[in-house]
Design a protein around this ligand. Structure first.
Ligand SMILES: CC[C@H](C(=O)O)C(=O)SCCNC(=O)CCNC(=O)[C@H](O)C(C)(C)COP(=O)(O)OP(=O)(O)OC[C@H]1O[C@@H](n2cnc3c(N)ncnc32)[C@H](O)[C@@H]1OP(=O)(O)O
Ligand SMILES: [Co+2]
Length: 134
């Protein structure tokens, strides 16, 4: 793992949450991006070497809608940057981690992503991200 790429925070109202995190971090979000395949709209803030990703659901089947219905707003996942996502998936599967999507899928912010089940990491949903080279 290269570094923590972002912390994902599930929010009910993206506009309101943007105001709160802009006040907290002292910077405006640098992008807002819908990921239809995930049923989310995201807002990204850069804070030093890391990022905060706010996520709101765009439909009731969204994992974010389910998460908020069950646990309320809050930290949803931790994302790590990796150099070779397929090699990391193979390594982690060998170690017994439950990989939710063997094939990396297109995420937000120009990344290919894979998720590991929370049960594999002490109740924490883990996302692996590999930058898509331009
Ligand atoms: C890709 C765009 C963007 C990016 O950065 O590029 C994103 O980050 S998109 C983020 C949204 N997408 C995802 O989260 C995809 C991966 N998530 C899933 O596949 C599901 O949400 C899953 C499998 C984590 C849970 O789905 P399930 O239908 O099984 O929901 P349950 O409520 O039954 O959960 C089972 C079990 O897991 C616990 N849980 C659920 N979500 C989380 C979470 N975010 N963190 C920690 N734990 C979580 C839930 O409480 C259940 O545990 P239990 O002890 O049985 O109550
Ligand atoms: Co994410």
């Amino acid at each position: 793992m290269q570094k923590i790429e972002h912390l994902g925070i599930a929010v009910k109202d993206l506009k309101e949450a943007n105001k709160i995190y802009q006040a907290l971090l002292g910077v405006a979000p640098y992008k807002e991006e819908r990921v239809a395949s995930e049923g989310v709209v995201t807002s990204f803030f850069k804070t030093g070497e890391s990022k905060i990703e706010l996520l709101a659901a765009t439909n009731e089947n969204s994992p974010i809608a389910k998460f908020i219905a069950k646990k309320g707003e809050g930290i949803h996942h931790i994302a790590f940057a990796v150099a070779d996502i397929n090699a990391e998936v193979a390594r982690l599967k060998k170690k017994g981690f439950v990989v939710l999507n063997d094939e990396p899928k297109r995420g937000a912010d120009n990344k290919m992503v894979v998720f590991l089940h929370p049960k594999s990491a002490n109740g924490v949903l883990v996302e692996l991200c590999q930058e898509i080279k331009k």
